[in-house]
Ligand binder design. Structure first.
Ligand code: SF4
Length: 651
């Protein structure tokens, strides 16, 4: 039996386990990526592990999430990150140089390689045949030190693309269509592998829009084979030598198959406030639009902005609508500027922002209250834009630009009919990626620091004691389904500035759900959390496990967990227990929960069914689904202590 592309790459990098779905495997990592909000912890943990030097082929530190400077804290973090990259041998991308996934795609991503990144949209370069997976920062630190990355072997799903996109339909509509069909939970435990005759009609930037947003499906990763389009892109970015032909075997067997006929697609839009609330644009036509934003790691490439520029040529945006373009990388900015498109868009009324995540996580360009914002981003979770009552729609740059021209949501096909002279701008690959922005990427050879520089806002990483025999506590918070890591550890600017100061950052833990939570947790000396389905979905942020750990949370009872967050809970010594819906319904906030068994013993021995006693009154069964390695990590009090112990015993 032949192999899928995923299996081929994993086989090439396998250090432990077998490629059976659900089995834990250990793989060698070629490249790592980290960004500024997760990076400080990555390097503090790398340092705490007493590691000397980066061992992967490529390690890159980007500064993209928090580039606006409110006081010294962000700049201190960026200086610390530059010093860590210099001391340990990583590339350092300066603030303003662009979003990690865009800059990585342009400079490092390569077919057949494995990549681990401390950001949930790490799978983006799957559009170039790289198998890239998002993980918690500690996993990234360990991989960067040469350690294997462990993951349960996902199921590989064949997404067969037929036909070609019709006018005004885009790559964004391909992934929105999958979200419409499968929902934000449809990809959990899966890798989506794109095949079929439709693949060759899509360029690399279009493919990476799709692989980027596979994260919204909950997928572990998404990947395309390589072909002339991949060669063409690597040529354009000046790295033809990185091309390698990678493809599945013709007789590869997949766990499942989904067929998407590209020619059936039409402009789609995700309504507030979930990426899977997808409808045809025509269903919401006529909705007034106050703000339009083009950018992010999903649609911030030169090739994504160019269609908007062409649609705006010799036109003006509607007077009631604000339009902002935030290119994904400085290189994209530079190319647009050199070709005169920046001036063209400015003349149309566009406001340019620097190449950064910014508005995607509520840092700048916060929408007005009770207003509608159309964005080309990947997420529209409630409150993510910076205000709680936001109303953010997700769409392609073409749909966003049509809305900016008309001042309301409109299908570009209908706007074209109405205007008479508006044409589908089509797709065009940039042909000159070499530019001044290379000065913003400091290579290990050019490093300017050889010691860590820590400002007063940068603390140490807290450690947890080994798991005790007795574990009990009150349910401090009962939460519904789909709690995101943004709910657990908010990422807006006034909170995020404390990302390297865990005691301070912990004061904001779960305050989006209940303002009193951090105080109650500290007063109560810890306790447990209770949640519905898909707990911890969203970004990979390990602060969402670290801060609850700091507040004394010992266990989370949930109907199901998002993959990266569950791994982060193990890494920080918090027991993730799965319960059924009836048990969830019956437990109330404030109830006391006792784990009847000797927890440390149960965890180490491989026991899966764990008996919990509620209010000393009734009992239920919870499930601990964990590998032997995860159980050891949990019992030792978290991965940092566990790995340190391993290194010490190896010496
Ligand atoms: Fe940045 Fe938004 Fe992409 Fe995350 S999803 S990397 S915040 S642009």
């Amino acid at each position: 039996m032949g192999q899928t592309l995923t299996e081929k790459i994993l086989d090439d990098h396998l250090v432990e386990g077998e490629l059976e779905p659900g089995e834990e495997i250990g793989i060698e990592i070629d490249q790592v990526l980290t960004q500024d909000t997760t990076g400080t912890l990555v390097w503090l943990q790398f340092d705490a592990l007493d590691l000397d030097n980066v061992q992967t082929e490529v390690a890159a530190q980007y500064c993209d999430h928090q580039t606006y400077q409110f006081d010294f804290k962000n700049t201190d973090d960026h200086r610390f990150l530059r010093s860590a990259a210099g001391k340990f041998g990583a590339h350092f991308s300066r603030p303003g140089n662009g979003i990690c996934h865009n800059v990585h795609k342009e400079n490092f991503a390569a077919p057949g390689k494995t990549m681990l990144g401390s950001d949930s949209h790490t799978p983006t370069p799957g559009g170039m045949g790289e198998l890239a997976i998002g993980a918690g920062g500690l996993d990234v630190a360990v991989a960067m030190g040469g350690g294997a990355y462990y993951i349960d072997m996902p199921e590989v799903v064949n997404v067969r693309l037929e036909g070609e996109l019709p006018e005004w339909a885009t790559a964004k509509d391909v992934i929105l269509e999958l979200l419409r069909r499968l929902s934000v939970k449809g990809g959990v435990g899966k890798i989506f592998e794109y095949t079929g005759p439709g693949v060759e009609s899509l360029s690399v930037p279009e493919r990476t829009t799709i692989t980027n947003m596979g994260t919204e499906l909950g997928a572990t990763s998404s990947i395309f084979p390589t072909d002339e389009k991949t060669e063409e892109y690597l040529d354009a970015v000046g790295r033809p030598e990185d091309y390698e032909a990678v493809a599945p075997d013709e007789d590869a067997e997949y766990h499942d198959e989904i067929v998407v006929d590209l020619s059936d697609l039409e402009p789609l839009i995700a309504e507030p406030s979930m990426p899977d609330k997808v409808v045809p644009v025509r269903e919401v036509e006529g909705t007034d639009v106050d703000q339009v934003m083009i950018g992010s790691c999903t649609n911030g490439a030169y090739e994504d902005i160019l269609p908007a520029a062409k649609m705006l040529e010799d036109r003006e945006i509607n007077k009631t609508t604000e339009m902002i373009v935030a290119p994904g990388s400085k290189q994209a900015s530079e190319m647009l500027a050199r070709e005169g498109w920046t001036a063209e868009m400015m003349a149309a009324g566009v406001n340019f922002s620097e190449a950064t995540c910014g508005a995607c996580i509520g840092n700048g360009h916060v929408p007005a209250s009770d207003s509608v914002s159309l964005r080309t981003f990947n997420r529209n979770f409630e409150g993510r834009s910076g205000i709680e009552d936001d109303s953010v729609f997700l769409c392609s740059p073409e749909v966003a630009t049509a809305a900016a021209l008309k001042g309301e949501i409109v299908d570009p096909r209908d706007l074209a009919d109405e205007m008479g002279d508006l044409e589908d701008p089509g797709f065009e690959l940039g042909d000159n990626y070499v530019g001044v922005s290379s000065s913003d990427l400091i290579t290990p050879d050019e490093a300017v620091d050889d010691e860590l520089i820590k400002g007063p806002n940068i603390g140490d990483v807290p450690l947890k004691d080994p798991l005790p025999a007795d574990l009990s506590g009150d349910v401090l918070l009962k939460m519904p389904d789909n709690i995101t890591t943004d709910h657990i550890s908010p990422a807006n600017a006034d909170v995020l500035m404390y990302r390297s100061n865990i005691p301070k950052l912990s004061e904001f833990t779960l305050t989006r759900v209940d303002e009193t939570f951090p105080e109650r947790a500290l007063e109560n000396d810890g306790g447990l959390l209770l949640a519905g389905e898909n707990y911890g979905q969203g970004s990979s942020r390990e602060h969402a496990a670290l801060c609850p750990m700091y507040l004394g949370i010992d266990a989370v009872l949930a109907q199901s967990f998002a993959r990266i967050h569950k791994a982060n809970l193990f890494n920080f010594g918090i027991v993730p227990l799965t319960i059924d819906e009836d048990t969830y319904e019956e437990i109330d906030q404030g109830d006391s929960v006792e784990i009847v068994d000797d927890v440390a013993e149960a965890v180490r021995s491989g026991q899966e069914d764990i008996t919990i006693r509620i209010d000393d009154d009734w009992e239920a069964t919870a499930n601990l689904d964990a590998s032997e390695r995860e159980r050891e990590i949990l019992a030792d009090g978290g991965k940092l202590t566990h790995v340190k112990q391993q290194y010490e015993s190896d010496d």
